[in-house]
Design a protein around this ligand. Structure first.
Ligand code: SAM
Length: 284
């Protein structure tokens, strides 16, 4: 049976399939990756290939990871034809859940840090961000250079928030720990087909992990952050009490780091959290 062209396949909302059709936005996303002629790009969720087509003309090599078998097959057929003409297999369509994709292994195989791009499936935005962060921590040197990602506007607001603002939280500090996130631009729902219910924002995440500079163990520091932000309305001190630290232990660590006793987690920068972590660990 012949394959259906990707546009003949009905979108699957359970896979977050909202296809981008704003050509200016596609150009801006690919431009935001910088020069690509000597780079390998991994695209998360290529879908019907809106961004993939432009990436394929610019990148030295492209790995597109798509979980939907029908879309992956349609893309594979399309690029196989193009590549047969130019005799240079540069585009690889991988049918896989991106949450199981081994970025570190791909980077090792290619011998350079990867660039990542994607109009993300919104139902798994946070797991994808955490998977990228974990890939950066797990291997040295970093297998990832930068990512340009489209996410729900509210998530981008949280990722790129400043301390003491409503959106500042666990996701902000975790992303800051792994690099620098900068918002680029926002699109309305009608830039997509079918339109999602939310606005979408593209942000760039330049990976520059700070664990070594701040002398932090990734696992225990992540545990502290999760405890600190566990309940937004509670003070930092009360959240740490709930996580099992004694009142005296917390008071001493807050004093040592000049943190006010009534401070909430959203008032602390990454560096202040690192200092607090060291004080709590030293006082144990
Ligand atoms: N890049 C295309 C575009 O901009 O039009 C499609 C973007 S659409 C928002 C998200 C894409 O991610 C869909 O093609 C969907 O099938 C794919 N997807 C969903 N879950 C995935 C997963 N776990 N791993 C890889 N791709 C996934």
């Amino acid at each position: 049976m012949p394959l259906k062209a990707s546009h003949a396949l009905p979108p699957k909302s359970r896979l977050g399939q909202n296809f981008l059709h704003d050509h200016a936005a596609i150009e801006r996303i690919v431009d935001a990756l910088g020069p690509l002629d000597q780079r390998t790009v991994v695209e998360i969720g290529p879908g019907r290939g809106a961004i993939t087509d432009l990436l394929a003309t610019r990148a030295e090599r492209l790995i597109a990871v798509e979980v939907d078998p029908a879309l992956a097959a349609a893309l594979r057929e399309r690029f196989a034809m193009t590549q047969a003409q130019i005799m240079q297999p540069r585009v690889e369509i991988v049918e896989q859940d991106v949450l199981t994709f081994d970025f570190a292994a791909a980077s090792r195989q290619i011998g350079q840090p990867l660039l990542v791009v994607g109009n993300l499936p919104y139902y798994i935005t946070s797991p994808i961000l955490l998977h990228l962060a974990a890939s950066v921590v797990a291997s040295e040197p970093s297998p990832l250079d930068a990512a340009v990602l489209m996410v729900q506007r509210e998530v981008a607001d949280r990722v790129t928030a400043q301390p003491e603002t409503r959106d500042y939280g666990l996701l902000t500090v975790l992303c800051a720990l792994h690099g620098i996130a900068t918002p680029l631009f926002t699109l309305p729902p009608d830039a997509f087909s079918p339109p999602p219910e939310v606005h979408s924002t593209v942000f760039r995440w330049r990976f520059a992990p700070r664990f070594q500079a701040l002398d932090l163990d990734a696992a225990s520091f992540s545990r502290l952050l999760k405890s600190a932000f566990a309940q937004k309305r509670k003070t930092l001190s009360n959240n740490l009490r709930a996580a099992g630290y004694t009142a005296a232990h917390i008071a001493q660590a807050l004093h040592q780091t000049s943190t006010p006793p009534q401070a909430r987690a959203e008032e602390l920068s990454l560096d202040q959290f690192a200092a607090l972590h060291h004080a709590l660990t030293a006082a144990q």
